[in-house]
Ligand binder design. Sequence first.
Ligand code: C5P
Length: 212
Amino acid sequence: MNKNLKCLISAGPTREWVDSVRFISNPSSGKMGYALASEAKKRGYSVVLVSGPVRLDKIEGISTHFVENAKEMELEMTNHFDSANIIIMCAAVSDHRPKNKKSGKIKKNDFAKSIDLVENPDILKGLGKRKKKGQLLVGFAAEAENFAQNAKQKLIQKNLDWIAMNDISNPSHGFGSDHNEIFLYSSTGEEVKLKSAPKNLLAKQIFEEILK
Ligand code: C5P
């Protein structure tokens, strides 16, 4: 099978600490990324999974690197990128982080004033710049409006081969749910709708499409 081929996948949210007890994050469960990692393993790939904090069991036979924040995720993804054949950035990365993490607990009244934020690196965009011929780079996009247009723009801006878009305005899909509906767009103009299905089935279908 694909024994000598490496598949690098990111999953889950990132967590950006504000002080010792509070963080900025999002409700990503990591289920889609873990399902993709499982599917890649079934297909015989050597799989490296870079995971944010999730409540999922580690998958046997997959090299899993746990990270907490976007900077740590960027480091792990970059370290494994050059030797990977397929790279899927499924993680829901926080776009911002607090400028300074305060030690201890910020007092209620001070907290209400404001928190200085700085932008996190766009990990996927950085990977897109490093991409070499023969590497297949796949991103995800959670869109609430102008779905296709926004997703296709990201496909180009981040130099991706495919983008998997989900419509987060539909409450029965996406973040945390076991099911999803995905629209796949490729850099060569293909458009595929994967109808609502459990995430492990979608993972299988995504691999079938991107490897056609
Ligand atoms: O631009 P947007 O955040 O919608 O793009 C989503 C895609 O970019 C996902 O694949 C996500 O993993 C990735 N991303 C990233 N670094 C960020 C933000 C998003 O790699 N800081």
